[in-house]
Design a protein around this ligand. Sequence first.
Ligand code: NAP
Ligand code: MG
Length: 457
Amino acid sequence: MTHTIVNPADETVVTTVAAASIEDADAAIARAARAQREWAAVAPADRARVLRRFADAVDGAVEELARIEVRNSGHPIGQARWEAGHVRDVLEYYSAAPERLFGRQIPVAGGLDVTFQEPLGVVGVITPWNFPMTIASWGFAPALAAGNAVVLKPAEWTPLTSLRLAELGLEAGVPEGLFQVIPGRGSVVGERFITNETVRKIVFTGSTEVGKHIMAGCADQVKRVTLELGGKSANIVFADADLEKAAATAPYGVFENAGQDCCARSRILVERSVYERFMELLEPAVQGVRVGDPMDEATEMGPLVSAPHLDRVRSFVPDDADVAFRGAAPAGPGYWFAPTVLTPARDARTAREEIFGPVVSVFPFDDEADAVRFANASEYGLSGSIFTRDLSRGIRVARAVESGNLSVNSHSSVRYATPFGGFKQSGLGRELGPDAPLAFTETKNVFLAVDPATPVE
Ligand code: NAP
Ligand code: MG
């Protein structure tokens, strides 16, 4: 079986990729288990060196990886370069981990008590199509650093950068079998990660629906699981904010990657007294987003990833939708959808469900309590922004919003050095940041009895 990869910007065929079978997945997992036993025995400084070389290899291939992502996923070239550079940075950051996976020495009677952070074994990473290589690295880099092997199943639509990363790893000295990319269907390869007992943990990013299915499946073997799921994040703009800045940045808080971003601030909440003014400022900002050829250096937003996804996004904007205004998009081939601003009721489908496209809804609110209540009126809790000049309010609201990643007067979400993940149905566990390698270990406690000293006369 093969899968055809289509360039989302012009619908031309890029290549075909073989889809792995259950037997292929099992064989890869068995190879990974053998490689892991040897890897765990390698001295920490030598594991660190291999990861640094892997980072160097990615650094040398930033342009190549970026161009692959442009053709496979339609990401604008500037964004794709950032993504490849981020993979390098994540590898570099976690290359420090093998020599810093400290245990503890705990005072107890009768001997010496120490803890070890033991690797889990084989880790299965299942990635989505929206940020293929960055999300892959959040799983494989800390997992390898902590002494594990990784089998990675990329999304069927976007396997190309992950396949190249595995080759770069091998060339850089990552042992054969330790990091394998297994393209294939979620219902075949992904499902096998759940049922194969050699896989000790699954790291999944994708839809909440599939995430729940994986979590339930993992219960059978008490398999560890980390989940990064959907979002419907709020961008809360108070009347005292720098309105020009809030309006100029709001499109980039939601339309980046054509809105195919779990952190997209797809609900803009605006204090009622400045709502009209904010909308006046937002319109030119939305129309100013440069949508077009992803290979053009000036492009800020490319096409959606695929024809089925375009249909799904379209279903949220029927002819009678409350469209306030729209930006531009190219005509002709490609899966294009213009940035779209809606003003629906708070309980409308567009206000509640993750659209995962360049569609944002704007709502007026009355006061701080009303804003927090509506921001939290969601089963999701991944990200969010607060625009205000009142520092106390910024901190108060950031603490009150039930969400894993908040930014005040910006739309920042992801930094490799800080933890990332969701509250409520946006996920379970955290990726990135200083503690990520610990999520790929078991804590082992060892007590060594010490004979009491013979009393000295
Ligand atoms: P998805 O179905 O959850 O896919 C994510 C990954 O899981 C893919 O690699 C997929 O493989 C795999 N998968 C599917 N079924 C599986 C199963 N039964 N067992 C194990 N793995 C399985 O997400 P999607 O269909 O691509 O996107 C649907 C919606 O999910 C989006 O519109 C968006 O709302 C949300 N989403 C969120 C994120 C995020 O970053 N939080 C990312 C992507 C999508 P296949 O490629 O073979 O299906
Ligand atoms: Mg799916």
